[in-house]
Design a protein around this ligand. Structure first.
Ligand SMILES: Nc1ncnc2c1ncn2[C@@H]1O[C@H](COP(=O)(O)OP(=O)(O)OP(=O)(O)O)[C@@H](O)[C@H]1O
Ligand SMILES: [Mg+2]
Length: 444
């Protein structure tokens, strides 16, 4: 039950930082305003309505007293004149009239209730009132001994407009405040979004251009840490590549020397095997060097993966491979085209080497692009699938040219996929062979 309710609340809550911080800011403000308004209703408005009603009822009672004291025509004229000028009350005396309707119960409303009570208390005579004579005036009729006295007064005497002005001020200032808060919070959230984007780009191997730490000090700290982490990783990677390239390069000289030495030996099974080993080592070193050099300094650029695949498949078809290609979506993303080409070429050349038919499908899967390569070859046993990604690992131990290469293909393919924030998975293909699933995140 409790967790159910929590889930319900959670679903209603905004997930973004902007929404959340606005909520945090505004909830207390709204509560404060509601409390203020409630208190205002309870106390202030009540009091004001009572005072105003008492004032009006007092004036009416006063006028009636006066009229009772000086019932002659001359005084009536004078009282009428004075009431209009001083009290804003229009008096009309209707002699011998009888009050048609009498207000015995106050009509609904705070003001009418207060006015009813005040008149009831002060007049002690039958009366009737209509608060909505027209837009601006109200009417009170009172039964006197000689007839009915009609009193018309401005509504303003009962309704105080500052109440509405007060509400307008509250609502207006709240709106302005919320607007300002939204603008400020947006500016606070933007650097966080930028940082997230930069981190995402870095993860996908896209260069992060013109990214500067900005915003609140914590955000700036995170951004600075991100930048130095990026630099450290970059240095680390290039140092490692340079080191391995250096070692590989330096191995070539002794290898060449060994080759020369072996060439002068008399042929024997041992010497021939050694010769083959040296040839293999040379190929491995060359393959590694070619890869390490190729990785350096390529920049990501907007690339159509569909076109890249079509090109690559075209090339393989020319070499006599059997390939079906289905491209389901428009697959544009920023990537390093040479590196991705090498990745795809390695996967496809494996299928060409170990299988007869290959089917390639490319499309979107959620936030990723997915390229699936299904072949009909022997496949790779599940327990060997991780091994295949190790450099120079081959299921078949021989390294002769006819059956295969040096065993760097899958290593390079995965390296490239990971360099783009993606991954390569090996699975069973429905066609019986190996399924290679290449995943590339689109990024945001
Ligand atoms: N589609 C496939 N079907 C069956 N086995 C495969 C397939 N792809 C790769 N393999 C196995 O995985 C091993 C490693 O593949 P990888 O591409 O890394 O090296 P390689 O093809 O032998 O050499 P290279 O690609 O460097 O020329 C291969 O030797 C092969 O045994
Ligand atoms: Mg290969």
């Amino acid at each position: 039950m409790g967790s159910e309710r929590n889930g319900w609340i959670k679903r209603l809550m905004p997930t973004g930082l902007l929404g959340r911080s606005l909520l945090i800011l505004m909830t207390p403000m709204l509560l404060l305003q509601i409390v203020t308004v409630l208190i205002f209703f309870e106390r202030h408005w009540d009091t004001v309505a009572r005072q105003l009603s008492r004032g009006l009822a007092g004036d009416v009672a006063y006028v009636i007293d006066y009229l009772g004291q000086f019932p002659d025509e001359e005084h009536y004229q004078w009282i009428q004149h004075s009431a209009r000028g001083r009290l804003q009350l229009d008096l009309v005396f209707e002699p011998d009239e009888i009050l048609q309707e009498e207000t015995t119960e106050p009509p609904f409303g705070l003001v009418s209730e207060e006015l009813f009570n005040a008149l009831d208390e002060r007049l002690a005579r039958p009366f009737y009132f209509n608060l909505d004579l027209d837009d601006r005036r109200l009417e009170i009729r009172v039964q006197l001994k000689e007839g009915v006295l009609s009193i018309v007064a401005p509504r303003k005497r009962l309704y105080n407009s500052t109440t509405y002005i007060f509400f307008m001020w509250i609502a207006g200032s709240a709106l302005i405040l919320y607007g300002v808060a939204v603008i400020f919070m947006r500016n606070q959230v933007r650097p966080i979004r930028r940082l997230a984007k930069a981190a995402d780009q870095f993860g996908r191997g896209v260069d992060v251009e013109d990214f500067k730490p900005e915003g609140a000090s914590e955000v700036r700290m995170a951004a600075t840490s991100f930048l130095s982490m990026r630099d450290r990783i970059g240095r680390h990677l290039s140092q490692r590549t340079a080191l391995l390239a250096g070692v590989s390069h330096d191995l070539r000289t002794p290898l060449t020397r060994m080759k020369l030495e072996l060439a002068m030996q008399q042929s024997s099974p041992g010497v021939d095997a050694l010769k083959q080993d040296v040839v293999d080592m040379e190929r491995m070193v060359d393959a590694y060097l070619a890869f390490a050099r190729g990785e350096e300094g390529e920049k990501a650029e907007p690339t159509d993966i569909g076109k890249l695949l079509t090109d690559q498949v075209g090339e393989a078809l020319r070499d006599g491979q059997q390939i079906d290609l289905h491209i389901e979506d428009n697959l544009d993303m920023e990537l390093r085209p040479q590196s991705m080409r090498r990745c795809i070429a390695n996967i496809m050349s494996n299928a060409g080497r170990y299988a007869n038919n290959l089917s390639v499908r490319a499309g979107r899967r959620g936030a990723d692009y997915e390229i699936v390569f299904d072949d009909d070859g022997p496949g790779i046993p599940a327990d060997k699938r991780e091994e295949v990604f190790k450099p120079f690992f081959r299921l078949e131990e021989s390294r002769n040219q006819a059956t295969g290469g040096v065993g760097l293909g899958m290593t390079i393919a995965r390296d490239s996929a990971r360099g783009h924030g993606g991954e390569v998975f090996l699975e069973d293909a429905p066609t019986g062979g190996l399924r290679v699933r290449l995943i590339l995140p689109m990024g945001h």
